[in-house]
Design a protein around this ligand. Structure first.
Ligand code: CLF
Ligand code: SF4
Length: 519
């Protein structure tokens, strides 16, 4: 009953072939960049009761703008925007955009027509895919023709899909009217500083008014344009998320100021992400040894900004061609070659029917959590613990320890269970055997957690986890995460009270510097 597999029956089984749809669009619209329609979305960990209904409507099934939605709904990116108009020290443009994708994974670049075909193919195969984002591999607004043409084709062919855009903001003020015209009402701006002295350490140059500008002057132009663009978007009712890359020693303490600045200009959500930096990426920061933050450094900064505005903690720093739920990458199933061979159909009614079933499951999950929460009423403990969860979606504990590519992390307290992040890990089970080296990296990745919840776990890793002070918990297999976590915490407090266990404050944990491997 709790299994997402029961939703498979709602897959689309018939619809108009994709080539027919694309042909109709081409005949109807020609190849201009006007027209189209889109949708809205944006997110945080808040639920329906925490925001005005019109905002909830926009965010409720956007996996980035709603933490709760990311357990159920998928997004996809199409890599139609190769050029960029600035240089970031954490980016090597031989690879994907580090703002919205992982360095070291090359994208397949698409034309707008190929992109639209791909969207229909994915929408047919993954009916819970609700959002199409353009996030690189360069900057979408440094490639406005390709970006808006893609939006136009998709809005015509798949009007139920929300359109989303991510930009460095340099060209943003010039395109606000077009963004509005295409009904793109979720825009992300990557803002790493508002102080040009800080900016000069992150951006070696920007390309501005037909010339390359360097140093503080470049950073000043960039921050002015980013903040102007943000103000223009919010004044037009477009939901804005701000992404910031946390670079220890350069902008970490400054990001508190950035948080205040973007909040005062109407940003809906702030996503502070860890710097990804390794020599093999070939970036300036990778080569000069600039480190990224630890898990607890990142969490402390996110916590300190949380009083100011909604913080996003579930970002997966996706590739520019990512497909699927945020914790997975199914892009390898949808290469251009494969799409050309696919018998693709697009059936709006089937997609809606599937999504209605998803909503039923979602409501059941929230009700189960609220019911369980009542059992914590009256607990006055100050104890807080983190727990790691192996899941493949649906808000369920439904992944085997050995098959987990990431663990979701929840903070448990007398107030309930709160999602606070995720930890990417190497697969423990490879070729049917446990991998000791992987286990070490997994322990380092969840070292700050008191327990790990799994659907199943073998004897060997179980023993090693216990030795590391992390309790393996498989008794809630295939149950909802939050409901189970609350039950576990209640029991944890009881065991502490009776002296059966001692509550210990755990240490720090590593943020893994590699990329998700596409499945
Ligand atoms: Fe893509 Fe970005 Fe839209 Fe989401 S991603 S353009 S807002 S649909 Fe999401 Fe990926 Fe993080 Fe971006 S998890 S990198 S925040
Ligand atoms: Fe790279 Fe994106 Fe920065 Fe451009 S904006 S340099 S593509 S990270």
């Amino acid at each position: 009953m709790n299994d997402l597999a029961s939703l498979d029956a709602f897959q689309a089984d018939k619809a108009e072939p994709i080539d027919n749809i694309m042909q109709q669009i081409a005949e109807h619209k020609g190849c201009g960049t006007s027209g189209g329609s889109g949708k809205a979305s944006c997110g945080s960990s808040a639920g329906a009761g925490d925001m005005p209904p019109e905002i909830w409507e926009k965010v409720k099934n956007h996996p980035c703008y709603s933490e709760e939605a990311h357990h159920h709904y998928a997004r996809m990116h199409v890599a139609v925007a190769p050029a960029c108009n600035i240089q970031c020290n954490y980016c090597n443009r031989k690879y994907d955009c580090a703002n919205e994708s992982r360095p070291g994974v090359v994208s397949e670049k698409l034309t707008p027509e190929q992109a639209a075909k791909k969207v229909l193919a994915v929408a047919s195969a993954i009916p819970q895919m609700t959002v199409l984002g353009i996030a690189g591999p360069g900057d979408p607004l440094a490639n406005p023709g390709k970006t808006f043409k893609t939006f136009e084709l998709i809005a015509e062919a798949a009007p139920d899909i929300k359109l989303c855009l991510s930009t460095n903001g340099l060209a943003l003020p010039d395109h606000v009217e077009t963004i509005k015209k295409f009904n793109v009402d979720h825009v992300t701006i990557t803002i790493n500083m508002t102080d040009p002295d800080v900016g000069a350490e992150i951006y070696p140059w920007v390309f501005w008014k037909h010339r390359r500008v360097t140093g503080k002057e470049a950073a000043k132009i960039l921050t002015d344009r980013q903040l102007q663009g943000l103000e223009m978007l919010t004044a037009n009712g477009i939901l804005c998320k701000v992404n910031s890359v946390m670079i220890p020693g350069i902008n970490d303490s400054h990001l508190v100021t950035v948080n205040r600045e973007v909040k005062s200009r109407g940003a809906f959500l702030h996503n502070i992400m860890p710097l990804i930096s390794a020599p093999e990426h070939g970036t300036v920061f990778g080569l000069n040894g600039q480190r990224g933050p630890s898990a607890q450094e990142l969490k402390a900064l996110q916590d300190s900004c949380e009083g100011e505005m909604n913080m996003m903690r579930h970002c997966r720093q996706c590739r520019a061609d990512a497909v699927g739920l945020l914790g997975e990458d199914r892009s390898a199933e949808f290469t251009t070659d494969k799409i050309m061979e696919m018998d693709v159909s697009y059936d709006l009614a089937s997609r809606q029917a599937y999504q209605e079933k998803v909503e039923e499951q979602r409501v059941a999950k929230v009700e189960a959590r609220n019911e369980k929460l009542k059992e914590l009423a009256g607990e006055e403990s100050d104890i807080k613990i983190l727990v790691a969860v192996a899941t493949k979606g649906g808000g369920l504990i439904n992944e085997h320890f050995g098959h987990a590519k990431e663990f979701q992390v929840y903070e448990l307290s007398a107030g309930g269970a709160k999602f606070v992040g995720h930890r990417r890990v190497d697969l423990y089970c490879q070729g049917g055997y446990g991998e000791e080296d992987s286990l070490e990296t997994i322990v380092r990745a969840i070292n700050d957690c008191a327990a790990v919840f799994v659907a199943k776990i073998g004897h060997c890793p179980k023993e090693d986890l216990i030795k590391a002070g992390i309790e393996p918990v498989d008794q809630y297999a295939h149950e909802f995460i939050e409901q189970s976590a609350i039950a576990y915490f209640k029991d944890y407090l009881a065991r502490v009270k009776t002296g059966e266990i001692e509550h210990v404050v755990r240490g720090d944990a590593d943020i893994r510097q590699g990329a998700y491997a596409p499945v």
